[in-house]
Design a protein around this ligand. Sequence first.
Ligand code: UDX
Length: 418
Amino acid sequence: MHVSIVGSGYVGTTVAAAFADAGHRVTAIDIDPAVVEGLNAGESPIEEPGVGALIAEYGGEELIATTEFGRAAGSELTLVAVPTPTGPDGAIDASYVASAVESLDAVVDDEHVIAIKSTVVPDALRTEIAPLVDGPTLATNPEFLREGTALEDFRNPHKLVFGADESAERAYDLLAELYAPIRRATEAEPAVIRTGRDAAMLIKYANNAFLASKISLINDIGNIAKQHGIDAYEIADAIGTDPRISDQFLRSGVGYGGSCFPKDIKSIINSATEQGYEPLMLEATTELNDRQPERLLELFDQYVDPEGEQVAVLGLAFKPGTDDTRNSRAIPVIEGLDARGADVVGYDPVATLDGHDIEHADTAAEALAGAHGALVVTDWDEFAALDEEFDRMAEPVVVDGRRIVERREGITYEGLTW
Ligand code: UDX
């Protein structure tokens, strides 16, 4: 099959690489000439395990990149995977999707299927995107992969969601053909959900809303556990044995970050509120998540007055295994320390945080040496092994937001929910 993919971000590039490897011909369309040139030379624009090797193998051959939307005309189906940023009120900016869809509509024939992979609230899809399509079929195909394990997740999906209203059978058939080699190669057969165009998008929001709320709920319970001096992870292990709860996404701490959860929850709240419904649970999910970094700082305040002192922040990425700092919990933690007049020295094995008042250390040991306390924000494995490094601190106070540090003896150790 010949498929086009608009957008070479972490979703678009991963999907393009995986489909090329699965035997499809792939046209990757991106407005950035440097990205296009790189892809054709076999260089991946993103860092994801396994993706670089596939781009090196297929880039410029089975996977051809271009800045010209006209090249999509040669394919039967185009996936749109461009960003949908949000404003401060949570409203999504669908203009990149709109512009891609408009450009596609002008060049493809009426048999073509344009499937939106970008996350778009149903109302924006109906009012801002659907009216731009005149002839081809507009479908949706949300993506559930995670950063850091993008290729692995994409190749082993729990579910495939195909959304379409007009010419739905044709859209479902083409999407089924597209994913057929992925389904054949995976061990566990994914659920295939054929539904309406808007419903498919709502499935994506519901999926993220549920997982983010699960984290906020375990954080709520974790804060209660802490009041009683009980380890919330013991509680989580116990309730996680109930298959209705499951043991996943029960790690309490400083909360969720990243490019999806914070943004998607705010967008669906904004969309619902604009249409007259106040989603109370989701509002609480967001608010609780915003409060966890404050709680970490309050715990720290009990031991250290950081004014004019060096304080270490361990972990800047929003989760381990990535250099992505978007909505990282490190940001509010650093802002809180700055407000207290601390000199923040941050360390992360791969990430750097620009635009914030911190110094970057090359090693955890360097960040900790002479520090009046340390706050742990990301659960990088290497933090578990930290030991003597804590002995070189001016005040060995460690406030852990991820339950990753193992050393307890000879330091003042506080866990956020344990
Ligand atoms: C998420 C969804 O998992 C994915 O399905 C969707 O397509 C995009 O959003 P991602 O943002 O890459 O993926 O990361 P994920 O591994 O889900 O973690 C999100 C955040 O939640 C991280 O900050 C992580 O530290 C936090 N988290 C996760 C917890 O605080 N506790 C947990 O138990 C799990």
